[in-house]
Design a protein around this ligand. Structure first.
Ligand SMILES: *Cc1c(COP(=O)(O)O)cnc(C)c1O
Length: 368
């Protein structure tokens, strides 16, 4: 739950934000960021104007790296870097840095497909398995990861379709994962991945910064020329400060991670995320007016997708209006799925989720 009056004293209303991204951020992170906008670490300078080469900023960079390492238990074999360009630019980075001869991708949605397409512009890459036959409503099973590829790329959470790979899979080849929309929602065994990356704006911060966790010895294996800015080694060597980093986005991300540590870290938040998802899925399954779109075993704990049940399609606009009147924001499904999508990232509370489930119950009672 989120009170608009925290932002502006003029508007007094309560809204529940389910935006898919940029996401809801914890109030604590927003408050401390507002403070830093005015006066960064007692310097008398706004964080927007502080030199990224200053000692005070250097401390933030050290802290944010340390927080990532602590929260995800990142081993020394890996390094974490922060970049610009969005997760979409990482699709290209990955291929530039890892694709020598051939790469396999799991095609589980729009983002996974875009990642594959970028790799195909660099070299040979193919979809090992694909769930487009049923509008990406499930995660393909039973595929065998080939051993003759440079890497295998997965998208752990399919933000648009509400499907998720909830476990760390075993791969005989370097495993690369886009975790844009479920990073920090569960403990991850980082040692199983050559690389994990994502845009911060789905679960760990504002738009404008990307995280990339890279196993250092997986780099340097391709023969192509890699432009300096697209070479992960540049950013590892320069500790994400080769050029001006997205200072404010990194600051807010760090505040978000501090909040996460304060509530008990990824294990604690995972429990909460599962409880929140269960509340909504239970209501979707119980409520005769609605039906879920993702295969039950693959349901995402971050993006809950549902539509009007067969026979009730004509009530869709009415439910939107009804929910909007009760403060629900951002529940419109992506155009490729339609219906509704509630994105219930870490900062979304149980009250938010209960409010939406309550809305669905009330709407049913009204219509039946
Ligand atoms: C949103 C999203 C992207 C794209 O992120 P940008 O930072 O906007 O480029 C990529 N992958 C997944 C899984 C996403 O949810």
């Amino acid at each position: 739950m989120f009170k608009i009056c925290n932002y502006s004293d003029d508007i007094m209303s309560e809204v529940h934000v389910f935006n898919a991204g940029p996401c809801l951020l914890p109030q604590q992170a927003i408050d401390s960021s507002i403070e830093a906008l005015k006066n960064f670490k007692g310097t008398g300078i706004s964080v927007l104007s502080v030199s990224h080469r200053s000692k005070e900023w250097g401390e933030v960079m050290d802290e944010v790296r340390a927080n990532w390492k602590e929260l995800l238990n990142i081993p020394d074999t890996h390094e974490v870097v922060f970049l610009g360009g969005g997760a979409s630019l990482q699709f290209l980075y990955v291929a530039m840095n890892f694709l020598e001869h051939k790469a396999a991708y799991l095609d589980t949605g729009v983002w996974a497909h875009k990642a594959l397409q970028q790799a195909q512009g660099i070299g040979e890459a193919y979809a090992l398995a694909c769930s487009a036959d049923r509008n990406y409503s499930y995660i393909p099973k039973g595929y065998v990861i080939p051993t003759d590829v440079d890497y295998f790329h997965i998208t752990t959470n399919n933000t648009i379709y509400g499907t998720e790979i909830k476990e760390d899979i075993d791969s005989p080849v370097p495993l690369v994962a886009d975790m844009s929309s479920d990073i920090m929602s569960r403990p991850v065994d980082v040692s199983k991945y050559a690389m994990i990356y994502g845009g911060a704006q789905k679960n760990v911060g504002p738009a404008g910064v990307v995280f990339a966790i890279i196993r250092k010895d997986a780099l340097g294996k391709v023969s192509r020329y890699i432009p300096t800015m697209l070479d992960y080694r540049t950013h590892i060597d320069k500790e994400s400060m080769f050029n001006t980093p997205p200072v404010f986005s990194i600051f807010v991300m760090n505040e978000t991670l501090k909040w996460l540590k304060g509530i008990g870290g990824v294990e604690a938040v995972n429990k909460l995320d599962i409880e929140k998802a269960d509340i909504l899925y239970n209501e979707i399954d119980r409520n005769s007016l609605f039906t879920g779109t993702a295969a039950k075993e693959d349901r995402s704990i971050m993006n809950v997708c549902f539509v009007m049940a067969p026979g009730y399609e004509s009530l869709q606009d009415e439910f939107f209006a009804f929910a909007k009147g009760r403060g629900m924001v951002g529940i419109k499904g992506h155009r490729s799925v339609g219906g509704f999508r509630a994105s219930i990232y870490n900062a979304c509370t149980k009250e938010d989720v209960n409010a939406l489930a309550g809305c669905m119950r009330e709407f049913e009672a009204m219509k039946k």
